[in-house]
Design a protein around this ligand. Structure first.
Ligand SMILES: Cc1cc2nc3c(=O)[nH]c(=O)nc-3n(C[C@H](O)[C@H](O)[C@H](O)COP(=O)(O)OP(=O)(O)OC[C@H]3O[C@@H](n4cnc5c(N)ncnc54)[C@H](O)[C@@H]3O)c2cc1C
Length: 465
């Protein structure tokens, strides 16, 4: 029997493999890193805002329990929120071990196609297996035949650049080569090493907020340290998250802490700054906006502007992707920050994830394309539903069993062009969250939790091959 190839041994790829095994299908997980969850490992020092029970897939748990694995309930710091490294150590690595040789590390997927047919050929297409091209760590290449493909490769490996248009700013590529510009969240140690320097953080989102709170601690210890937080949008808007209205309290708290750092003056925020150029000047970088504004020379620039799906290796697969988000079209309709209001997102399943190419699915963080609000919970529901469909269990595939927590955030990129300094928010409830007690109260009143109840979805069965 040909395997179902799963691209990526992150939280979602491993969960998909557990579901496949449970359904009697043979998974083969191909992971580019030297170990499982290589992307999570890169932000292993970051504490998650999801609690342990939200980070463990039900089928994976059933696979792990007979191995003597104990379900983690607490993180090392006594909270229920593990770091990325703990997520790997206490759940993802044991899960990869339980899957054994079905997980191959050092195996990078470089292409997916239909056997003997390129993108343009219709004849007999759906009856042919997939061909997956793999580049191995030893420099050799391999072709794997698959009955279905689940792409769970995430987006972390394709970070967005600093340039306001989504293109690298002039000089950005060269500046990245020196290390002065990087897309990573600094560890406490790395941040401490920047004391007395000028650090620029570009971006709006949870990763940027995390970097800001870490750097603000350095400013507290050494006030000669300068931190500048650059936003492309004209207003602070929902940069500080949903605060008390966020149904994930730690996610709300993260934004509040970042907002507090701005309010206390530990961090200077610059809005409506559309990065055009990053010029190296000696050991520093000068960041300039398209309106000519220039930031003081920086010793380190962290570009945390989100990430995008890598579609290069899917050029021969017929995809139904949204033009803006590069996410499966039906998922995009749910998560598009241009239209989305008040943080409530419907859980998505196989019916939202099908493409014109039968038996090919994009799941996990990559299924949200460029949208930033993906949660592991969402992905676990997606892989449950997709694998049920592959196993021919249409009823289970159609069932949506999850209600997602509300972010408490209203509006999105709609406020992009509002005048600098104004606090306008788009969407259903204004004003947007502010880093003040008063505003938090407003958030509570305005953005009361409004999670969307699960709806059954209609699904056409696919022919098993
Ligand atoms: C800083 C940070 C904090 C977060 N906190 C939370 C949180 O608290 N709660 C929550 O629910 N979510 C959180 N997320 C979202 C989080 O990324 C996901 O929940 C989870 O990691 C997504 O899993 P995934 O398997 O879809 O993608 P990933 O974790 O990105 O895994 C994808 C895997 O695919 C591999 N890969 C990529 N390309 C290839 C290729 N071509 N061939 C083979 N392998 C490939 C990668 O190496 C990686 O191991 C956070 C994200 C970040 C960045």
């Amino acid at each position: 029997m040909r395997p179902v190839v799963v691209i990526g041994a992150g939280p979602q790829g491993l969960a998909a493999a557990a579901h496949l095994l449970e359904r009697g299908l043979e998974p083969l997980v191909l992971e580019t890193g030297t170990g499982p969850a290589a992307s999570v490992a890169q932000w292993g020092h970051v504490r998650l805002f999801s609690a342990w029970p939200e980070l463990i897939d039900a089928s994976a748990k059933r696979l792990l329990e007979p191995t003597g694995w104990t379900e983690p309930a607490q993180a090392a710091d006594g909270t229920v929120y593990p770091t990325g490294a703990e997520w790997i150590e206490r759940y993802l690595a044991p899960l990869a071990d339980a899957l054994g040789e079905r997980v191959r590390c050092g195996a990078t997927v470089t292409g997916v196609g239909r056997k003997g047919r390129d993108l343009s050929v219709d004849a007999g297409r759906a009856n042919e297996p997939f061909i997956v091209n793999v580049a191995l760590a030893d420099g050799t290449e391999e072709r794997v035949e698959a009955r279905a493909v689940i792409d769970a490769s995430g987006t972390w490996t394709s970070p967005n650049p600093a340039g306001a248009e989504g293109l690298p700013a002039l000089g950005e590529v060269a500046a990245r080569e020196t290390g002065i510009v990087a897309s990573r969240i600094p560890t406490a140690e790395e941040a401490a090493g920047l004391d007395g320097r000028h650090i620029v953080v570009v971006g709006n989102g949870h990763s940027a907020a995390g970097a800001i709170t870490t750097l603000a601690d350095v400013v507290k210890k050494d006030p000669s340290t300068k931190v500048t937080w650059v936003l492309r949008r004209g207003t602070v808007g929902n940069t500080f998250g949903g605060g008390a209205a966020d149904e994930l309290p730690e996610r709300g708290a993260l934004g509040k802490r970042a907002g507090q750092a701005v309010r206390l003056g530990d961090v200077e925020m610059v809005t409506a700054f559309r990065t055009e150029r990053i010029a190296l000047v000696g050991d520093q970088a000068v960041v300039t906006a398209e309106d000519g504004r220039e930031l003081p020379a920086a010793d380190q620039v962290y570009v945390l502007t989100g990430a995008r799906p890598n579609l290069d290796f899917l050029s021969e697969i017929r995809l139904d992707l949204d033009l803006r988000l590069q996410a499966p079209a039906k998922v995009a309709a749910e998560v598009d920050p241009n239209e989305h209001s008040c943080g409530s997102v419907r859980a998505t399943g196989a019916a939202d994830l099908v493409h014109p190419e039968p038996d090919f699915f994009i799941v996990g963080a990559k299924s949200y394309g460029r949208a930033p609000t993906f949660l592991a919970l969402t992905g676990y529901e997606q892989v449950r539903s997709v694998v049920a469909l592959l196993a021919g269990d249409k009823a289970a595939a159609e069932r949506i069993e999850l209600v997602l927590p509300d972010t408490g955030v209203c509006g999105g990129a709609g406020e992009f062009d509002a005048p600098a300094g104004s606090q306008v928010s788009g969407g259903c409830c204004a004003p947007a969250p502010q880093a003040t007690e008063k505003a938090d109260a407003q958030d509570d009143a305005c953005c009361s939790p409004a999670s969307v109840a699960p709806q059954p979805i209609s699904l056409e069965p696919t022919a098993p091959r």
